[in-house]
Design a protein around this ligand. Structure first.
Ligand code: KIV
Length: 271
């Protein structure tokens, strides 16, 4: 049974109210219909159709190769599987950074073709004009600061960000700017917990942390990571709630054995 009895769609306003009354926000990624159905039934507040689909679904090393059309396909599948959670879609690398007009065109395409409720863009000051253009068109935007995987080639690694004072100060300035531009929430990825706490206290919009400590207004994880499908991926911030890699490979082995030994299908499973 689902944890929510009456289905009331979560909106960006709901998330802002949750910060106001101290209710923590839960968010998970989803890229497909079946997972979205399970995640929504579990009562998560928001679903992120993350560009991490490039890693998790397609096996790329980085999030850079995923295209606008790929993101739209994933988002359409998630929207069809979701009744309650707010759906936020990542704008992929290259679809918004070049200029505000291009950013708006990409944003409108996602919104028109998916019926998702909001978009997420990585970066601060450098993409301020693009964010403003999208928000001015009536599209809710979630910011993303700290470790922004689309900039991996600049960072050189997926290590924690903003440990040094200069980078931490820039992150605070960027967070305040994103709030001023009208973002409804900000993801803080892999930064010191003390810095995330400081940012969270300074902002009136919610912060959603991933590897950013418990004082953020909410938390997000990649679904396949939290259910243990991604064997060998065990960063410090990740809590694995299941070991589905083992469960699924054992089930597959059993199925293979049953087929080979003619134990499957049995009479009840035949017409
Ligand atoms: O794409 C993604 O999964 C993300 C989360 C890690 C926040 O951006």
């Amino acid at each position: 049974m689902s944890v929510h009895s009456e289905i009331k769609k979560i909106t960006t306003e709901t998330l802002k109210k949750m910060k106001g009354n101290g209710t923590k926000i839960s968010m998970l990624t989803a890229y497909d219909f079946t997972s979205a159905k399970m995640i929504d039934a579990g009562g998560v507040d928001a679903i992120l159709v993350g560009d991490s689909a490039a890693n998790v679904m397609a096996g790329f090393e980085t999030t850079l190769p995923i295209t606008l059309d790929h993101m739209i396909y994933h988002a359409q599948s998630v929207v069809r599987g979701t009744q309650r959670a707010l759906i936020v879609v990542d704008m992929p690398f290259g679809s918004y950074q070049s200029d505000p007009k291009r950013a708006l065109k990409s944003a409108v395409k996602i919104m028109k073709e998916t019926q998702a409720s909001a978009l997420k863009l990585e970066g601060g000051k450098e993409i301020a004009k693009c964010i403003k253009k999208i928000i001015d068109a009536g599209i809710p935007v979630m910011g993303h600061l700290g470790l922004t995987p689309q900039s991996i080639n600049q960072f050189g690694s997926y290590k924690i960000r903003a440990k040094a004072e200069e980078e931490a100060n820039k992150l605070i300035e960027d967070a305040l700017l994103l709030e001023k531009l009208g973002c409804f929430a900000i993801v803080l990825e892999k930064i010191p917990a003390a810095l995330a706490k400081k940012v969270t206290e300074r902002l009136s919009i919610p912060t959603i942390g991933i590897g950013a400590g418990v004082e953020c207004d909410g938390q997000v994880l990649v679904y396949q990571d939290m259910v243990g499908m991604n064997k060998g991926f065990a960063p410090k911030f990740l809590r694995q709630y299941l070991d589905l890699h083992t469960e699924i490979t054992n089930a597959v082995s059993q199925y293979v054995q049953d087929v080979k030994t003619k134990n499957f299908p049995n009479e009840n499973e035949s017409y």
